[in-house]
Write a protein that binds this ligand. Structure first.
Ligand code: UDX
Length: 488
């Protein structure tokens, strides 16, 4: 199949590479000529596992890049719209890029083309694309409109595309259904997984769901809103856990054992971020309001998410008393582990608030530092080359992104580098026991072992917690003398 993918961002570039991997002829179009030039030279503008390998394998063969959208439209049989739909100030999705593509499409159509909305859009957008095309003179016999929402998570988008739990086609005619089913057939009949050059993954034929166009558009928003709801729910439960002395990790495990709940997306932290959940929850609430329903549940999901950052800052203040002048090591700036994306990152927001309170921040992130630098003025925060450099001489270390690589850190070495042995875990990456065995005070979200209030004499606290390792008791002495130094 000849496929044009409009937009070379997180969704478009991954989709173009994966369509080529499935054996189709693909042109990936973007109006950012610099980005197209980078891609043609073999550079990869986003941090995605397996994407460099796929681009290397298909660039110049089944996959080419272009800035000429009209040429692409006149050549292709199916055109996927994968342009951005950022939030407008009032929370509604800004569809101006989508409208721009619809206009170009109307002017460039040759022969029947299936036009597929893949970006996350409010229900009714496909209808709007159709109207725009007709307004600009397209012949309704020359095109069909369909919805094929993506369910790609950043960092694992290639494997999410090639090993989807479902392939969702929102169609209004047989032509669209046939062509889109044919595009995904290697995943639907499992033949892709038989290939010896297939990307490895949890082999299972994908499930095909065919719905109306509007239902498909809505499924995407409702899915993301529900996932965000699940995260805000466990964040609220973590607050109750702290109040009653329960451990949210045990509670989440107990809840997740019920197949109707499931174990995933039950990790509390400083809140969800990224370029999807925040905007999709806002957009979905706007869609509801546009049809007269005030989706208050989503308002509360956002309120809980916002409050998590303040709750975490309160823990930092409780552990360190005043923040002014304190040096804080921050591990993690991306909105989640496995990505370099800092868009709507809770970690960035927490750092901004620490700076407002006069703290000095030294940050390290395995992939997101370059993108984070653009968000701060020169010298506003320091960047370290690794976690150990960040912790050197710091009054505490704060973990703000769930990078799995942080679990390999030598915590004893970290303790030796810190001025005060305090680790505040904003994403529950570590277990309390492991951190305490290295002689560090642990403060997580929704669990025992929160940083001891500064006024509690550390020696009394260490007697209360007899399970603290010998190293912890030794730290008690160091900590007490550090406290005395602080109080002078
Ligand atoms: C999400 C959806 O998962 C994906 O299906 C959709 O296509 C795009 O949006 P993404 O935003 O890339 O993907 O990341 P995801 O892995 O869903 O995490 C979103 C946020 O939730 C991150 O900030 C993450 O740290 C947070 N999160 C996730 C939690 O706080 N707790 C959890 O248990 C899981």
């Amino acid at each position: 199949m000849k496929i044009a993918v409009i937009g070379a961002g997180y969704v478009g570039l991954v989709s173009a590479a994966c369509f080529a991997e499935l054996g189709h002829e693909v042109v990936n179009v973007d109006n950012d000529r610099a980005k197209i030039a980078m891609l043609e030279q073999g550079q990869v503008p986003i941090h995605e596992e397996l994407l460099p390998e796929l681009l290397q394998k298909h660039r110049g063969r089944g996959l080419r890049f272009s800035a000429d959208v009209r040429q692409a439209f006149s050549w292709c049989e199916v055109a996927f719209i994968c342009v951005g739909t950022p939030p407008s100030p009032n929370g509604e999705a800004d569809l101006s890029y989508v409208e721009g593509v619809a206009r170009e499409l109307a002017l460039a159509l040759k022969g029947h083309t299936v036009i597929v909305e893949k970006s996350t859009v409010p229900v009714g957008t496909c209808e709007a694309v159709r109207r725009t095309m007709l307004l600009h003179g397209a012949d309704p016999r020359d095109f069909s409109i369909a919805s094929n929402p993506e369910f790609l998570r950043e960092g694992t988008a290639v494997s999410d595309f090639l090993y989807p739990e479902r392939i969702l086609l929102g169609v209004s005619d047989e032509e669209s259904r046939k062509k889109l089913s044919a595009i995904y057939m290697p995943l639907l009949d499992g033949s892709y997984y038989e290939r010896d050059d297939a990307i490895p993954g949890p082999t299972r034929p994908a499930r095909l769901l065919v719905t109306s166009v509007r239902s498909a558009e809505l499924i995407k928003h409702a899915s993301n809103a529900f996932l965000a709801l699940k995260i805000s729910f466990i964040n609220a439960v973590s607050t109750v856990c702290e109040g009653v002395g329960a451990d949210v990790r045990q509670v989440a495990e107990g809840m997740g054992a019920d197949s109707r709940i499931g174990p995933r997306f039950l990790t509390p932290g400083i809140g969800y971020g990224g370029s999807c959940f925040p905007k999709d929850v806002l957009a979905f609430r706007s869609v509801a309001r546009s049809v007269g329903y005030d989706f208050q549940l989503l308002t509360e999901v956002m309120a809980i998410n916002e409050s998590q950052k303040e709750r975490f800052l309160a823990k930092v203040r409780e552990a360190l008393w005043t923040l002014r002048g304190k040096k804080l090591a921050v591990l993690g700036l991306a909105f989640k582990g496995g990505t370099d994306d800092v868009r709507d990152s809770p970690a960035i927001e927490v750092v901004r608030r620490l700076l407002q309170e006069g703290a000095h921040v030294v940050a390290y992130d395995p992939a997101a530092m370059e993108k984070a630098k653009a968000l701060f003025a020169d010298g506003e925060i320091a960047f370290a080359s690794d976690a150990y450099e960040a912790c050197t001489g710091a009054d505490a270390v704060l973990v703000l992104t769930e990078w799995q690589s942080f679990l390999e850190l030598d915590l004893l070495r970290i303790r030796g580098l810190l001025k005060l042995p305090i680790l505040l875990d904003g994403k529950n990456v570590f277990s309390t026991g492991v951190v305490e065995k290295a002689g560090l005070l642990y403060c997580g979200i929704g669990c025992e072992g929160s940083a001891f209030p500064l006024h509690a004499p550390f020696s009394q606290v260490s007697e209360d917690r007899s399970e603290m390792a010998e190293a912890g008791a030794q730290v008690a002495g160091e900590f007490t003398s550090a406290l005395q130094a602080l109080s002078q």
